[in-house]
Design a protein. Structure first.
Length: 156
């Protein structure tokens, strides 16, 4: 199998990582964590939001935590935001839902990282190909996402 787009992007940035291929289709975040030998909190989801007509942001969140719309709107200073549609996700990121990552995007996106993502030493993230993940150290992910902002996206 050829290297997934996210692996190629990380290699270009000189970020150490490994590619993990699931043997069966992934249907839940719990399954993904279990098969990768990780805790749920190590699986990072990349969620795309539409904040204006042709403006999007990506939020990285650990495990099954839910993003607080209130905190996100407050941080962005917006009263209205929406999750990107499946079509928008593919157009903006080049990836299908279930394989989205902040790395290797066709154009730069503002990325917000929930602090819980960085609490784990090792995380896994979408690779750009379904049922395949990239595993890396959270410190390396943070280093590769130099322009990202760390803000609390989950209400405690």
């Amino acid at each position: 199998m050829e290297n997934p787009p996210v692996s190629l992007a990380l290699t270009a940035l000189d970020i150490p990582h490994q590619v993990f291929c699931h043997t069966t289709p992934v249907t839940s975040i719990e399954q993904a964590a279990s098969e990768r030998g990780q805790r749920l909190s190590q699986v990072v989801r990349s969620i795309l939001f539409r904040v204006a007509e042709d403006e999007f942001i990506m939020a990285l969140i650990a495990g099954s935590a839910q993003i607080s719309w209130k905190l996100l709107r407050k941080h962005l200073g917006l009263s209205r935001i929406s999750m990107a549609s499946e079509e928008e996700v593919l157009t903006v990121t080049g990836y299908r839902i279930g394989s989205v990552s902040p790395f290797g995007l066709p154009r730069p996106l503002k990325v917000l990282i929930d602090p819980n993502v960085l609490k784990e030493e090792e995380i896994s993230i979408g690779s750009g190909i379904r049922n395949t993940a990239v595993i890396l150290k959270s410190a390396d992910a943070w280093r590769a996402l130099q322009d990202a902002q760390v803000i609390s996206l989950v209400e405690v």
